[in-house]
Write a protein that binds this ligand. Structure first.
Ligand SMILES: Nc1nc2c(ncn2[C@@H]2O[C@H](COP(=O)(O)OP(=O)(O)O)[C@@H](O)[C@H]2O)c(=O)[nH]1
Ligand SMILES: [Mg+2]
Length: 179
């Protein structure tokens, strides 16, 4: 069985844990109660350590998904996920305009950490009225043209698969994988 390693990063509340749960046949996510008041205003639980999931994509391949917790104090975890990674999903809450500056900082940090690793941006929460379009997100996050920005609703299986599938096409294109 060949295995492809995909890392998922992005701000707190973007939808990373949800994406792992939607895509994965087995998933291990470890959530605890949020303690900080600002974060609690957004949601009640948050990821500790990481989310982990496995997706069987057929032809003898499985994808291992590693979702990072989304707060800046956990950015050091990216270095832990990087070795052996084949691709990266950067997830953003497209409906949360207030968090754009933070998302932009985090995206720029992701580019310098993961460099030319095959990458897609998931413009999540497209089901919420007023969500920024993928084009608008590309502009506000300053996403380079080689990185696709894909509309996503993390609870929707076909949209979640589109995000992963687009990334995998790029992974297979650049790495002629033997894993
Ligand atoms: N409307 C909507 N809500 C979403 C979507 N994806 C995630 N959520 C919700 O957004 C919140 C944060 O999701 P979570 O997966 O915990 O984000 P994480 O912090 O990035 O792991 C949860 O309440 C989810 O149910 C989406 O595509 N649309
Ligand atoms: Mg999470």
């Amino acid at each position: 069985m060949k295995s492809i390693k995909v890392v998922i990063v992005g701000p707190f509340n973007a939808g990373k844990t949800t994406l792992v749960k939607t895509l994965s046949e087995i998933s291990m996510t470890h959530e605890v109660e949020v303690t900080s008041p600002e974060e609690r205003a957004k949601k009640r639980t948050t990821t500790v350590g990481m989310d982990f999931g496995i997706v069987n994509i057929g032809e003898g391949y499985v994808v291992r998904l590693f979702g990072s917790p989304g707060q800046q104090r956990f950015w050091f975890m990216w270095k832990v996920f990087l070795p052996g990674a084949h691709g990266l999903i950067f997830m953003v809450d497209s409906a949360d305009r207030e968090s754009v500056p933070e998302a932009a900082r985090e995206f720029s940090r992701a580019l310098s950490t993961f460099r030319r690793l095959p990458m897609v941006v998931a413009a999540n929460k497209q089901d919420i009225r007023g969500a920024m379009s993928p084009e608008e997100l590309r502009f506000v996050l300053d996403v380079p043209s080689w990185i696709p920005v894909i509309p996503c609703v993390a609870t929707d299986r076909s949209m979640a698969w589109k995000v992963l599938g687009t990334l995998l096409e790029e992974v297979f294109r650049v790495s002629k994988i033997e894993v």
